[in-house]
Design a protein around this ligand. Sequence first.
Ligand SMILES: Cc1ncc(C[n+]2csc(CCOP(=O)(O)OP(=O)(O)O)c2C)c(N)n1
Length: 196
Amino acid sequence: MPRWLDPKTGCPPLLLFRALHRALPNNSSIVDEIVADIPQMIQFLFESKPFRQYRGWTGALGTGLGTALGVKVARPGDTVVCVVGDGALHYNPVPAALGFAQQHDAPILIVVCDNRGYTSRTWNIQKYFAEGAAVRTGQLFGNVIVPTPDYAKLAEAYGGSGERVETVAALNPAIERALAALATGHSALLDIFVTP
Ligand SMILES: Cc1ncc(C[n+]2csc(CCOP(=O)(O)OP(=O)(O)O)c2C)c(N)n1
């Protein structure tokens, strides 16, 4: 099995959110468009620092990046972070958003919670159709994003920096590099493999 397909590859979400909590400055605004990892985000990303929190989606996926850019334009002094699922990312106008950030000097940090699929959908199928063919055969069509795209390249195409993180050890240095990119006016995308 390729590494990226192995659900055990990646960081436990709580460690991602704890690392972000520690690294981000107090004047951070967090826009999220995630699903399965919400409980860990609430508990660990917002542990004690006075971050602003915006929900980036309203039921229909695809609005997280636009919301984050709106926050950045309104609060240019804030470090604006968009925490987005790899599934949700596919619903966003990624080129337009990154192009806007570049053109209008509105750099944001995009943190992709990359569990290589639509995990919350899988949970629903397992819960509501436990006896069904999908669960029986393990063929969860449409719920797995394979092969995993190299999302980091998206940021690079628009003058930003991008990095994939597959291990807990790589987490902190990658976040520091992303924040350094932001400080020089460039957007950054961290494609973080998280365990489901
Ligand atoms: C426009 C739209 N289409 C489909 C859905 C159904 N939907 C809800 S969550 C989800 C999967 C999101 O995947 P991801 O962002 O990776 O989060 P995960 O489930 O892995 O936590 C989908 C497809 C939706 N909410 N909005």
